[in-house]
Design a binder for this molecule. Structure first.
Ligand code: FMN
Length: 494
């Protein structure tokens, strides 16, 4: 159950909650207490944000658009329980993540505002507004010597245990982390943010961040921060966002304080608590993903492709708004131009390269019908420039079988696979490394979603898998786990 020294490790948590065929105990899904899509701070006033008003994303870049493109509601499915579709996918559609921001004014009159982004009513709730004198209070949230004097804007992504545990119980932590990664990537790819130096940070003090946001730590925990060297003043930002004329989605019930929503999940608290101490600073050494040697190597870089960092802002915003999980894959061949462009979108980009390297996250591919490439299981090199063929043949139907028999996976032209050597991760970075690695996987997965959308392909995350069967199918080395997968490829368009 535990690693050396009695401390819960990434490896023990991950494998203790592996799915086993015929071993999943069904449990009651309490639809009376379906997880809420947003927190309610009633009666606090909400500062309405201008919501995106078309499906093209062809709107002026503003702070309001940044938030709605990052985590906004894109569509509502009415019914007994309304479902709020969002710009990011979420395991089970349960949306455990919450987004907060802290904005500090210029240092000579330092004033800090802390806000909750309320996606359903599309507004900001101000949680705090403090005069903080000369010091930038964001500095105190972080350990180490990092220079934060210019960080005026901080995004904080938290996740509520209840939302994911409602369905996934003790396995939920991995989904909370992956969901966090999807959201963080939508923030860091935003053109407004790309204009400033920004950093996805994990070296914050969980307790101080929880205090800043006034979180109930038994129910909701901070998982990642994005710090931005934003150089505009507080009033400019907030004034820009205020627009009282736009309609908002109807309010959700304020049931968030009911006992049913405050259940305790000891396994989730335990793995999260294990990751509260700072991560080790040592990068995870490069270990073998499988015990096999590659048969052939294919270069997959092309002059004519562009990474997501290079996609013009409005085009990217349009992809964020239109994105959905599409599973109706068809078995048409994929041209080299199309798959090379998708691989270029997977390239980690400047904000993510170090995190992927330090956490030792590796990416693989099960593909079929890609022009000029044999069907098979491949590993990408760290630069996503070269594919190493590990097994020849169409593995997609078998992958579908080990992913809880989700047949559509067998039809997808490309199944991207994320691997981690959990033993090496534990040794190099400790349990907080699990947090970093899973968030990094979610971030790369969001790039695949956006890249697929830009190419009019379908895409869907896969968190449901018989973990040991997946490792056996792919011949993974003993400590390596498949931690996430994403299908992509041509789909039937309605
Ligand atoms: C971490 C993660 C795991 C997921 N796993 C699966 C899965 O195993 N099977 C599936 O059909 N969809 C899966 N999805 C997709 C969600 O079901 C989907 O995002 C959600 O229902 C919301 O729908 P939308 O993405 O179309 O907005 C996953 C999504 C995420 C982010």
């Amino acid at each position: 159950m535990t690693a050396t020294g009695g401390q819960l490790s990434a490896r023990s948590y991950h494998w203790d909650h592996a799915h086993i065929r015929h071993g999943i105990t069904p449990h009651y899904l309490d639809f009376e207490h379906y997880p809420l899509p947003a927190k309610s701070y009633l009666p606090a006033e909400i500062i309405p944000l201008e919501t995106h008003d078309n499906q093209t994303g062809d709107t002026p870049a503003s702070f309001a658009h940044l938030l709605s493109h990052a985590y906004g509601v894109t569509r509502v499915r009415r019914g007994q329980i309304p479902f709020y579709y969002r710009t990011v996918p979420s395991a089970g559609g349960l949306y455990p993540c919450h987004l907060y921001l802290s904005i500090t004014a210029a240092a000579d009159n330092a004033e800090t505002g802390v806000y909750y982004y309320e996606p359903v009513r599309s507004g900001l709730v101000q949680l705090r507004q403090e005069k903080t004198g000369q010091n930038n209070p964001l500095q105190q949230l972080f350990a180490g010597e990092r220079e934060l004097a210019d960080v005026r804007l901080l995004f904080i992504v938290t996740a509520a245990f209840y939302n994911s545990a409602w369905k996934y119980r003790a396995r939920a932590y991995r989904y909370m982390l992956l969901d966090t990664g999807h959201l963080v990537r939508n923030i860091t790819l935003n053109p407004l943010i790309r204009a400033f130096a920004c950093n996805t940070a994990f070296d914050f003090d969980d307790g101080k961040v929880s205090d800043l946001l006034n979180l109930n730590s038994a129910a909701e925990v901070p998982l990642a921060c994005v710090s931005v060297n934003w150089d505009k003043s507080v009033p400019d930002i907030v004034a820009q966002t205020v627009n009282h004329t736009r309609p908002c989605f109807p309010p959700v019930d304020d049931r968030s304080t009911e006992a049913a929503y405050l259940q305790d999940y000891p396994e989730l608290r335990a793995i999260h608590s294990a990751g509260i101490p700072a991560a080790g600073q040592v990068p995870v050494p490069e270990t073998a993903v499988t015990d096999d040697r590659p048969e052939t190597v294919f270069s997959v870089v092309s002059e004519s492709t562009r990474s997501l960092d290079e996609v013009p802002g409005p085009d990217l915003a349009g992809c964020m708004i239109r994105r959905r999980s599409r599973r109706n894959f068809i078995t048409s061949p994929v041209t080299a131009g199309a798959y090379l462009q998708l691989f270029a979108c997977l390239s980690p980009g400047r904000n993510l390269r170090d995190l992927v390297r330090d956490t030792g996250l590796r990416v693989g591919l099960v593909c079929r019908k890609l022009e000029g490439i044999d069907d098979g299981f491949y590993l990408f090199d760290r630069q996503v420039a070269v594919l190493h063929l590990m097994h020849r043949g169409n593995l997609a139907p078998m992958l579908a079988s080990v992913c809880l028999d989700q047949a559509w996976i067998g039809q997808a032209a490309m199944n991207f696979l994320f691997f981690s050597d959990l033993a090496a991760l534990d040794t190099a970075r400790g349990p907080r490394g699990y947090r970093e690695m899973m968030v990094a996987a979610g971030m790369l997965a969001q790039q695949i979603y956006l890249g697929a959308e830009s190419l009019a392909m379908g895409c869907c995350g896969i968190g449901a898998m018989y973990d040991r069967e997946a490792a056996d199918l792919l011949g993974l080395s003993s400590h390596v786990a498949l931690v996430y997968a994403v299908s992509a490829g041509p789909v039937k368009r309605r």
